[in-house]
Design a protein around this ligand. Structure first.
Ligand SMILES: Cc1cc2nc3c(=O)[nH]c(=O)nc-3n(C[C@H](O)[C@H](O)[C@H](O)COP(=O)(O)OP(=O)(O)OC[C@H]3O[C@@H](n4cnc5c(N)ncnc54)[C@H](O)[C@@H]3O)c2cc1C
Length: 281
């Protein structure tokens, strides 16, 4: 049984930027490294969606993020009877129902996000895979108007900054893929905005997809406990070509994008509790 707090399977819905691509090859999908003949590969997915030939024709190893999210939803569809959506796990407690002196089961408490109804389930084994939590530099006023984490970007940013002609001044903190996508999004849609990229180091940070790292990743993937792709196994280009190849974004960036190199990596950070919204992640 899978408990998922969102109403359906979605891969980082707050960051499903149009045109953004995954950092990994489709060969690192949910199943192929362990079983290339699995019916749940991305190739099987594109075939089922009637797009296999187009996909092959693209000559692109990395699916778009939207496509990858749809792939996960498609794969989960075959296990619908084992999924409980809109179901947030609120507590897991070891229990001893038979009075044997030691816990033999886990009691899993689940709350419905829409109705608030609470249910209790029992399991011999529990796997916690709740994903990451938003991380902020210490001292940042979490929850303040105008402060957004990229994990909830698409749900909140367009409504929060509705005036596309306004001379907004934005600071984007971070130097990874999410930060790059946010900068591209803002430069494309807010013609009068200024964007300050604040990052540690002296340039946006690429995913480490060196052969050395890739050499190590498959070992984890070959075991029976493998959970699929690892972030470290990237495509041939580390930062999103969606950003790098957009000439208009580059041109705009020269005028309205400013880099600030701060040693934010040294700032103490704290993890914010996830918001109750389904954006999560
Ligand atoms: C912009 C970006 C690009 C990335 N690109 C790649 C990439 O190319 N390749 C790669 O391998 N990785 C990439 N990653 C890393 C990515 O996070 C992982 O691939 C993967 O999504 C992590 O899977 P997960 O199951 O651990 O977490 P998630 O995908 O976050 O899934 C966790 C799930 O648990 C649910 N949940 C959380 N708490 C509860 C609860 N209490 N009760 C019920 N449900 C709960 C959430 O709603 C969510 O659906 C990227 C991440 C980001 C942000």
């Amino acid at each position: 049984m899978f408990f998922e707090r969102r109403p359906r399977v979605q891969w980082h819905p707050g960051r499903l930027f149009e045109g953004a691509r995954m950092q990994i090859s489709f060969l690192k999908d949910l199943v192929s490294p362990r079983n290339p003949a699995s019916p749940y590969s991305i190739l099987q997915y594109t075939k089922a969606r009637g797009r296999l030939e187009r996909f092959v024709n693209l000559g692109e190893f990395r699916p778009t993020c939207l496509e990858y999210s749809d792939y996960l939803e498609w794969a989960a569809g075959d296990f619908a009877d084992q999924f409980r959506y809109d179901s947030t796990v609120t507590r897991v407690t070891p229990v001893d129902p038979l009075g044997e002196g030691e816990p033999s089961l886990f009691q899993v408490e689940v709350s419905s996000g829409s109705t608030g109804e609470r249910t209790v389930h029992y399991a011999r084994n529990v796997v916690h895979a709740g994903g990451g939590r938003p991380r902020y530099p210490k001292g940042v006023p979490v929850g303040a108007a105008g402060l957004l984490h990229s994990g909830e970007f698409l749900q909140r940013f367009p409504a929060t900054f509705a005036d596309h002609d306004s001379p907004y001044v934005f600071a984007v903190i971070g130097g990874g893929q999410s930060a790059g996508e946010v900068v591209a999004y803002v430069l494309e849609r807010y013609e009068n905005a200024q964007v300050h990229m604040v990052m540690s180091g002296y340039a946006p940070r690429p995913t480490d997809n060196s052969p050395f790292v890739n050499e190590h990743a498959p070992r984890g993937c070959s075991s029976d406990t493998s959970t699929g792709p690892t972030r470290t196994v990237g495509g041939s280009r580390p930062l999103n070509p969606h950003i790098a190849s957009r000439q208009d974004v580059r041109t705009a960036a020269r005028r309205r994008c400013h880099a600030r190199f701060a040693d934010t990596a040294c700032l103490p950070c704290h993890h914010a509790r996830p918001r109750p919204s389904p954006s999560g992640g």
